[in-house]
Unconditional design. Structure first.
Lengths: 379, 301
């Protein structure tokens, strides 16, 4: 089967006054349709950068993609002209951000924002506009700067001419019914009332669910969820996670789930990628990676998850912190904190992701460490 | 209370403005503003306020109340026109300069060009620049108008660009981008809509400032000719009567003061009405206080 998303050797820098930060270094992974891929790592390891680099939401500059490909349904998104990217976003690649507090426009009612998302999808489904089609890619022969007249006409007329002539009022009624449906889908009580409220009148959990409803109402093929539950308290977090799992079955979408919370990832993901200092150091099916990690960093990370009982004494924590991305240590970036580090680790940058020796063949368990088989065999 | 002040300032600003739209309200004035009322000594006609002449008369016997009122439409129209022109030009340029400011692109170059030209204008004190332009164009209402127009828009470019820069990095703009909304629509629907409040408030207060500036130009004597009643030129021409007939200076001066104050209060009121957060609160206090729980707090539960 053709992978839905294939990230190949993606390297991205932030060029700011203080220097160049290598936020992503040679990131490669694949995502099969219908799977949930989790990305975990410490703060500052490049998780969110990866999530935003895929639909190219990062402002360039300061971000600069040095090399690599992001192949989505057979099209390299990095070669798509920038002004065509809005056609990919929303309906093909949706996104949920981690800040529910500010992710809704304070000037509009919930209905306006939800209906905007539904309208975008309907407009694209109606075939009135050029859309992103799988594997076909965009027609680059017509790769020209936007004709300002055409651009103005296109962007100021959000609904197709047919719908407008049928009566804008009825059109918006239909959109409203659609919007209501998605509010019910995210289990919001009394959606008719909620639809007419302003974002500041809603709680954080409600706003986050509305964000999820907005993302889902465009029926994205791939949904990138960037710490969707981090800003929520634990009960709402559980609600939202349960909801997302249920929705996956209802809407059939693949999810790239970014989180620093190993428990959440264990709950949600099929495959897991562990990031450290801008690169993926281990990738594989979630059960296998959690049971028998093959990279020393994953092992240390899993050890630092609190147990249910107190008898274990002091919680083991990983000494040191994530290296400064503008001054990475020589060799393997993890060697200063690694208990398995040996002399070759310091000058040698280490291998890129390689299949772990001894792991089930075909499982796709890979790690970026010379001694991965040794770590893997440890109890 | 807030609503009361807002409504009051709408009346102060609105009613004369509407009458101004239908021509100089000579008909409703007690006297023709240029009519010389009879008096004993032709050069010393200045009479203190009385029942016949509410604001008194000036040295040649013209009714001050009529003159002050007759000047209102002119001053208001100038205030709205100049501030409106600046609002349109400044908002357009400011949106472009703030939204497409990525260095190295066409938009970035344009943005830098707009901001440097704006800086050049802002480097001059705007009143001095307006005076210089008005003086070089000759005496008259239109030259003074053009002079203020030319110097007024850079403030709006600054304001709008600053607001755009602040708003365009907020998460909801990123969320709209992620939802597939195109650039121009983000600019209009999400960015412009959210900077509209400070902009309208600034515009409203600015109308008063324009009137003061226009009056200043007239006061110096290069604006409106003395036959046309205008507050600034009135203050100037009656300056020498300040000690003998103070009402001739105080009446137009007070008119300027009250108008600017009214626009300031109107701006404050508009700010409260336009903000969805306080607007909902206003609506709720206006409707029955005994209603069951507020919608918003019901949603929180």
């Amino acid at each position: 089967m053709e992978p839905l998303l294939k990230v190949e050797h993606l390297s991205l820098d932030y060029e700011v006054g203080a220097g160049t930060f290598h936020a992503l270094r040679d990131v490669s992974f694949e995502m099969m349709p219908g799977r949930v891929v989790g990305i975990v790592g410490e703060t500052g390891c490049g998780k969110s950068t990866l999530g935003q680099a895929i639909p190219r939401l990062l402002p360039e500059p300061p971000a600069r993609i040095r090399e690599g490909r992001v192949v989505f349904q057979g099209t390299d998104l990095l070669s798509v002209p920038k002004w065509k990217m809005p056609l990919v976003r929303g309906t093909s690649i949706g996104m949920i951000f981690q800040e529910p507090i500010n992710s809704l426009n304070p000037a509009y009612r919930v209905s306006d924002q939800l209906m905007e998302a539904v309208r975008i999808r309907k407009f694209r489904e109606s075939g009135e506009t050029e859309v992103f089609r799988p594997a076909e890619g965009f027609d680059y022969s017509k790769d020209r700067p936007v004709d300002p007249k055409e651009a103005i006409g296109r962007t100021f007329l959000p609904s197709p001419p047919a719908a407008r002539s049928a009566g804008a009022r009825r059109g918006s009624e239909e959109l409203r019914i659609d919007a209501l449906e998605y509010l019910r889908l995210v289990r919001i009580n009394d959606p008719e009332t909620i639809l007419d409220l302003f974002p500041h009148e809603l709680s954080g959990g409600m706003r986050q669910r509305i964000m999820i409803a907005m993302a889902l109402s465009e029926k994205p093929t791939l949904l990138i969820a960037d710490e969707p539950t981090s800003a929520l308290d634990i009960t709402i977090q559980a609600q939202v996670l349960t909801l997302m799992k249920e929705l996956m079955d209802e809407v059939h979408t693949s999810i790239l789930f970014i989180s620093h919370d190993l428990g959440v990832i264990a709950e949600m993901a099929d495959d897991i990628g562990v990031m450290y200092a801008g690169s993926i150091v281990e990738f594989g099916p979630v059960g296998e990676v959690f049971d028998r990690p093959a990279h020393p960093y994953t092992k240390a990370l899993l050890k630092s998850v609190p147990n249910r009982y107190k008898e274990d004494g002091v919680l083991p924590s990983l000494p040191g912190s994530v290296p400064n991305l503008s001054r990475l240590p020589s060799g393997c970036p993890f060697h200063p904190r690694c208990v398995f580090a040996r002399p070759p680790c310091e000058p040698d940058p280490g291998p890129s992701l390689e299949p772990v020796k001894g792991a089930p063949v075909g499982g796709g368990h890979r790690a970026a460490c010379y001694y991965s088989d040794e770590v893997f065999r440890l109890p | 209370m807030v609503m009361f002040i807002a409504i009051l300032s709408v009346l102060i600003v609105g009613v004369p403005f509407i009458t101004g739209l239908f021509g100089t309200p000579v008909g409703i004035l007690p006297h023709d503003p240029n009519e010389l009322l009879p008096c004993a000594v032709p050069t010393e006609c200045a009479a203190p306020p009385s029942l016949q002449n509410w604001f008194g008369t000036d040295n040649i016997g013209r009714d001050m109340f009529s003159r002050v009122l007759a000047a209102l439409p002119l001053d208001l129209v100038i205030g709205f026109t100049v501030a409106g022109f600046a609002l349109l030009v400044g908002t357009g340029l400011g949106l472009v300069a703030g939204f497409w400011d990525t260095p190295g692109t066409v938009g970035g170059t344009l943005s830098v060009a707009i901001m440097r030209v704006t800086d050049i204008f802002l480097a001059f004190p705007s009143l001095v620049l307006a005076l210089a332009i008005a003086a070089s164009l000759g005496r008259g209402t239109v030259p003074a108008l053009i002079a203020i127009m030319v110097t007024w828009w850079p403030f709006y470019v600054r304001l709008v660009r600053g607001e755009v820069l602040a708003v365009k990095h907020l998460p909801y703009v990123a969320a709209a981008r992620a939802a597939g909304v195109s650039g121009l629509q983000i600019l209009v629907r999400h960015v412009l809509r959210n900077i509209l409040e400070p902009l309208i408030v600034y515009y409203t207060m600015d109308v008063g400032t324009v009137i003061v500036t226009f009056s200043t130009i007239s006061f110096i004597g290069i604006g409106v000719p003395p036959t046309i009643p205008e507050w600034g030129s009135m203050v100037e021409s009656y300056e020498k009567l300040l000690l003998t007939a103070p009402w001739t200076v105080l009446a137009p001066g007070a008119a300027i003061f009250l108008t600017v104050l009214a626009f300031s209060l109107l701006g404050d009121g508009l700010r409260d009405i336009l903000d969805p957060r306080s607007r909902r609160a206003l609506v709720q206090t206006a409707t029955a206080p005994g209603l069951p729980a507020v919608k918003g707090s019901a949603a929180e539960a």
